[in-house]
Design a protein around this ligand. Sequence first.
Ligand SMILES: Cc1ncc(COP(=O)(O)O)c(C=O)c1O
Length: 433
Amino acid sequence: MSLITPSKEVTDSLDIGRVRAQFPSLSQMVKGQPAIFLDGPGGTQVPQRVIEAIADYLKRNNANSGGAYATSRHTDGMIADARAAMAEFLACDPDEIVFGPNMTTLTYAVSRSIGRELKAGDEIVLTQLDHDANISPWAALAERGVTIRMVDIHEEDCTLDMEDFAGKITPRTRWVAVGMASNAVGTINNVREVVRLAHQAGAMVYLDAVHFAPHQAIDVRALDCDFLACSTYKFFGPHMGVLYGKREHLQRLQPYKVRANTNAVPNRWEWGTLNHECIAGITACVEYLADLGRHEKSSVTSRREALAAAFAAIHQHERELMEAMIRGLLTIPGLKLYGITDPKRFDQRCPTMAIRIAGHTPLQLATELGERGIFTWDGNYYALNLTERLDVEKDGGFLRIGLVHYNTMQEVERLLGALADIVGERRASRPSR
Ligand SMILES: Cc1ncc(COP(=O)(O)O)c(C=O)c1O
């Protein structure tokens, strides 16, 4: 029996066949069944053009930057292209883009730097909903006498308590770090309101866009955030981190750096030799998305417009999958879905579902699904404050099912069928009293 009732309001326009044909890994089989990748929040698959760009760089242009010969000049050009691509992705200027190994490392770079100017009595506001990469680097500044204030959640739907947020921001607040979306329960936070509250108090805002970036377009100017970090491996690119900072902040703050790094922005924030082959892959991943947008809307004239068209199509497709997934999940006996469950509020969540099923640990569920070729994740995914706050950390956290645009309705149906089977099998094998 199908657990899916099709939604009437949303009509999917994404050319899913064309999308999937570009991802070689999606055609893998597990025990004779097509693999289903529902592990996007931990890292997405990459299209062929990203694989080729990385290999091509290593074949033709592998060199250090800044040399007086062809491959080194090509490397410099390639890095400039990637910076321009990410600037269009985030709607900023290329010199406001900093590359680094991952979001966590970049965040520590910024926290060490702001630690140089914060003093005892200054305050930093963080949230219980955030990934630890947007908590620990800031919380470490407590060593300097900085006060850390944690904003709580509404337990019933895992949304931020915005009243608590407003109360935690005081005239002593210097820094506010918050995620755009939760990598555990999918909640999309009202970061515009956070920016407004923080700026009103004279504080700066650091946004973690890692989980949001594969799902919706980002415009840092419209958000007016001071910094924003994301990771390209979460949006169909290579394992790299990207930091946006307002130019004035990148120029004023003092990073710890080697003397050979110039003081120019963004060079003063990029230490040592960067991962050139992955940077080549970043341009390709932005191009992949732009190409998707051009295919969906042929009238676009710029890459930024193409990216907006891509995310409009992605959003619509993901929304349809998410509605079907959540509707199906809620019919499974003993299943608890954490986060927003009311379809009228689905604009406030990503298609990332955290569940627990009575009588099964998240690890058991992930393992049994994995045996069937369905890849999900179990545990806390570093959203440690949240699993502790909801008291599920000691019991294995959640099972996370993450949808991205290359997933299909058939995959949703297979996941739901597999979960229903697993629950049914366990019930059938229980001794009757
Ligand atoms: C919401 C969120 N923030 C931060 C991170 C850390 O990113 P990175 O692995 O690039 O350090 C992750 C990784 O899963 C994440 O999901």
